[in-house]
Design a protein around this ligand. Structure first.
Ligand SMILES: *Cc1c(COP(=O)(O)O)cnc(C)c1O
Length: 349
């Protein structure tokens, strides 16, 4: 097609996880939260004034900014609301990277980073984690990057890097490159990097309402950073990038701290149960700080197990990329779903 820019023509595009039409399957393939969102979300949506739908949404999501700032102990001006965390990634690529300023990230990780870089037509430099799962700080810091990304906890591995290591990287990059810490799964981890935003004006934290808040269907995420970075990024975002329904739902969700804590605690409890069961079946199950497990069957044939699970209407994620093709990424489900998975695996093995 002569119509497309050559980089778009050459790009494969992002392939989202399979979304089965039948709702009666055990769906553990895209890291959605298996529990419903807070009842306060549904109340807020039901109570919405039609006048709010007639008008354009608040361009900056002021109410959400205030609520999130209070929860995170930052200022509303430190927050940018986005149409899912993915929209923040797009805004950052467009803000910081170009032909001369590559995107650099620790890998293996979220494959969308590479796809967005292709669209932006900037180079990608992937820096592998060390054998022990740490960052190659020097390598990451010495590439004249427009932006460096560390996904923490990482997907698809589930591993968590201590904030002190990330701070070292922030320090090395300061004054030269932006460091984005993708904390989409941090709600399930023991610590986070928000405090770095107050010390380093080059750090951006990505958050999502899709995982810890059970709101993948409404598309809401946000970034946390120094005011100077946020105000620049606001120039790049679409004028009305977050709709009124999403703002209303996200604001109700983040304010209901009690529900959030209960939801996350339930996932963590199930995660540990599932990990133990899988280990009992001979799987290698590394420690996870997320709502999924990245597991390797003893026999090694992840793809066959994946296909046999599909036949039983149980969906997990299999990646054919050679460096991770020995493993399956399994989202932590409800107690019932996890039991069904274990029963099915016992049959298959
Ligand atoms: C889920 C996810 C995001 C953001 O997802 P949204 O649904 O767009 O908020 C970002 N990074 C990673 C690694 C994710 O898994």
């Amino acid at each position: 097609m002569a119509y497309f820019r050559s980089n778009i023509e050459a790009a494969a595009g992002y392939v989202p996880g399979f979304q089965p039409e039948n709702p009666d399957v055990v769906k553990l393939n895209t890291n959605e939260n298996p529990y419903p969102p807070s009842p306060k979300v549904l109340e807020a949506l039901a109570a919405i004034d039609p006048e709010k739908l007639r008008r354009y949404p608040r361009p900056l999501g002021d109410e959400f900014r205030k609520s999130a700032a209070a929860v995170l102990d930052v200022k509303p001006e430190n927050i940018i609301c986005t149409n899912g965390g993915d929209d923040l990634l797009t805004i950052c690529l467009r803000s910081f990277c170009d032909g001369g300023r590559p995107l650099v990230y620790a890998s293996p990780t979220y494959t969308l980073y590479r796809v967005l870089a292709q669209i932006q037509d900037c180079r990608v430099i992937e820096v592998p984690f060390t054998d022990k799962g740490g960052l190659q700080t020097e390598q990451l810091a010495s590439q004249n990057a427009g932006m460096v990304i560390v996904c923490n906890p990482n997907a698809p591995t589930g591993a968590f890097i201590p904030p002190a290591q990330i701070e070292e990287l922030a320090q090395k990059l300061n004054g030269r490159s932006v460091l984005l810490v993708d904390e989409a799964y941090v709600d399930f981890a023991e610590d986070n990097c928000v405090s770095l935003v107050k010390k380093y004006n080059n750090v951006i934290i990505l958050r999502s309402m899709s995982k810890g808040y059970s709101l993948a269907g409404i598309r809401f995420g946000f970034g946390i950073a120094d005011e100077s970075l946020i105000s620049g990024m606001l120039k790049v975002k679409d004028s009305y990038n977050v709709d009124t329904l999403a703002q209303t739902a996200a604001n109700a969700a983040i304010q209901d701290r009690q529900y959030f804590k209960k939801n996350v605690a339930g996932i963590i409890e199930q995660r540990e149960w599932l990990a133990q069961q899988l280990r009992g079946l001979g799987f290698d199950v590394p420690q996870s700080s997320t709502n999924f497990l990245f597991v390797k069957p003893a026999g090694g044939d992840a793809e066959t197990i994946y296909k046999k699970l599909c036949d039983k209407n149980i969906y997990v994620r299999y990646f054919s990329d050679p460096e991770i093709s020995e493993r399956l990424r399994i989202t932590v489900g409800t107690a019932r779903q996890n039991e069904k998975l274990i029963e099915a695996l016992k049959n298959i093995l």
